[in-house]
Design a protein around this ligand. Structure first.
Ligand code: BEZ
Length: 389
């Protein structure tokens, strides 16, 4: 290469670097709509997700894909009736680039519909609604958490392996409760068990007395329940106060005891649950996350914090591949689909329907921990029934 050609290629490289920097500057801040519950029975879950998300962004110097982040927050109150208005405010009024939300399955389904229609990228950091990565699946919709089917199916298998023959279920009556019971029933009945009765209370009611009396009279081998947040605290305490924890084991997806043990205390001791996160994993990745989270928020992290953190990791992966240009939907999606996400829960991948393929742990409550017992099912993928992508 002559001196002149070398100088020319150096200049070209410099020009390209300037254009790239200019590109980022022109893109401006990336607007992230955080649509989460900040009030009601799921308020603590919303806060943990926000904390986890922001922790990861801060670890990246406050930028993802070279762009600073601007947050626009909406309290969705876990109210499906307000969901379409709330999500449309973020999409149409605030012009957000990406939406991160939410906790409640009914609200998440309205968000997925709006995201699908508008093409806005949506990352669901909790809500397990099977439909979001089933019939509603789309190139621009991702989940960093779980489908309702995943931990429930695993618990059904565990209960059957423990020799339980009959189970009653008691859950909130909405998509999360219904789908959780369906997943449990599938795993349990495949293993030879039988779900003999399905009881429900409307969301977010916490009046369980009459139903606990019915369970005590029926004496099934086990009870399976989906509740979370404040409702889970009340239910586990009522179950123990009725003396049922001494005679009929209470199983559930880990939401029944995650982020709730301080309040549940003695009532939760010894309970077995299944989830994609656990205490005591003792991996360098999880230990570093837990130390950083505790330092930043003076709180211990739970599964919701992990899901928020991983939503930011997924967004970072997509933005790195598109140099911050989230409108490049195919490149954005393809980068996430190929990634191995280095999560505190353990490495996971994103399946074709954009739901995590992940290990489901069996956990046992010991003191204030959901201590890992073993991996109940390794690399469990949601069946993604109805997803055509
Ligand atoms: C749900 O509605 O999908 C949900 C809410 C809280 C915890 C887990 C799932």
């Amino acid at each position: 290469m002559t001196t002149r050609t070398a100088a020319r290629s150096t200049l070209t490289a410099l020009a390209l670097a300037c254009i790239a920097t200019l590109g980022h500057a022109q893109q401006g801040k990336l607007k992230v709509g955080l649509m989460l519950p900040f009030s009601g029975t799921y308020a603590a879950l919303g806060v943990a997700i926000e904390n986890g998300f922001k922790l990861r962004v801060e670890e990246q110097g406050g930028k993802l894909g070279g762009r600073e982040i601007e947050y626009i927050k909406v309290d969705d109150e876990s109210d499906p009736a307000k969901a379409t208005d709330n999500v449309n405010k973020l999409i149409k009024r605030d012009n957000v680039d990406v939406i991160v939300g939410t906790v409640h399955s009914g609200v998440a389904m309205a968000m997925a519909k709006a995201a699908k229609e508008s093409g806005t990228v949506l990352i669901v950091p909790n809500a397990g609604a099977d439909a979001v990565t089933g019939p509603m699946c789309a190139q621009n919709i991702f989940r960093s958490s779980f489908s309702n089917w995943q931990p429930a199916y695993a618990m059904g298998e565990v209960a059957a392996k423990q020799g339980k023959k009959t189970a009653m279920t008691l859950t909130w009556k909405y998509a999360a409760g219904d789908e959780s019971v369906a997943g449990f029933k599938e795993g349990f009945e495949k293993g030879g068990g039988k779900v003999v009765k399905q009881l429900t209370v409307p969301f977010p009611n916490v009046e369980f007395q009459a139903l606990l009396t019915e369970i005590a009279a029926a004496k099934p081998d086990a009870v399976y329940s989906f509740f979370a947040g404040g409702g889970a605290v009340k239910f586990v305490k009522d179950y123990a106060a009725a003396g049922l924890n001494k005679t009929i084991p209470l199983y559930g997806p880990g939401f029944l005891t995650d982020g709730t043990l301080d309040a549940q205390g003695e009532a939760a001791q010894g309970m077995l649950t299944t989830l994609h996160y656990a205490d005591g994993l003792n991996t360098p990745r999880d230990n570093a996350f837990r130390t950083a989270y505790a330092k930043a928020f003076k709180l211990q992290p739970d599964v919701y914090a992990v899901q928020g953190y991983d939503a930011a990791q997924m967004l970072a992966i997509g933005l790195a591949a598109t140099k911050g240009d989230i409108s490049k939907k195919a490149e954005f999606a393809s980068a996430i689909e190929k990634a191995k996400i280095d999560s505190p829960r353990g490495t996971f991948t994103i399946g074709k329907s954009h739901n995590p393929v992940q290990d489901i742990y069996l956990r046992k409550v010991e003191g204030k921990d959901n201590k890992v017992v073993n991996v109940a099912i390794k690399g469990l993928a949601d069946p993604a029934r109805g997803c055509r992508m």
